[in-house]
Design a protein around this ligand. Structure first.
Ligand code: CUA
Length: 180
């Protein structure tokens, strides 16, 4: 059966239109997630000067660790550096919204909390942010998963998830890991 040239052109137009519609649907879904639901890649969202991280501002030493937020939930501020996490243990309440905010003053590191969705690179110059919730109490390991130098394999921290009634922040809303 012969297909006329007009038929071929019409068929191509239909497919082109179908693909255009699919592309618009995908683009709309991405924009909706980014704008309405504030879903963006966990790394490379906010900028920070790696040279002054430890001197002042959000990641000065006094501000690191777990802090209860006024709206509920906790924020964990961490500095990843060759070859440790500061602090090396953080405590969080069970089943509460948790936001990690992590920076690096030196090279690229990575964090993951085993068995959770927390998994991101830490790129100098950017603040990495990850939101999660820990359903079970207990201690979880948080290793660096980006090769960062000779001490990479020693670079590991802990997340201690405690039942809400055992989570006791101080007057400033800060909580620290009790000594084991
Ligand atoms: Cu830090 Cu590997």
């Amino acid at each position: 059966m012969a297909i006329s040239e007009t038929g071929v052109v019409q068929s191509e137009r239909r497919w082109a239109l179908a693909m255009a519609v699919v592309s618009v649907i995908f683009l709309t879904a991405i924009l909706y997630a980014a704008i309405a639901q504030h879903l963006s890649p966990p790394s490379n969202v906010e900028l920070i000067d790696p040279a002054t991280i430890h001197v002042s501002g959000e990641f000065a030493e006094d501000n690191l660790g777990t802090r209860l937020e006024p709206e509920g939930g906790v924020v964990i501020r961490l500095v990843t550096t060759q070859f440790s996490f500061v602090p090396s243990c953080v405590v969080v309440p069970q089943d509460a919204p948790v936001t990690f905010r992590v920076v690096s003053p030196d090279v690229i590191h990575g964090i993951m909390v085993v068995g959770t969705n927390v998994n991101t690179m830490i790129v100098p110059g950017y603040i990495s942010r990850v939101r999660t919730r820990f359903a079970e109490a207990g201690e979880k390991l948080m290793p660096c998963h980006e090769f960062c130098g000779l001490g990479h394999s020693q670079m590991i921290a802990k997340v201690r998830v405690v039942p809400v009634n055992e989570f006791k922040p101080d007057a400033d809303g800060r909580a620290h890991c009790a000594e084991p």
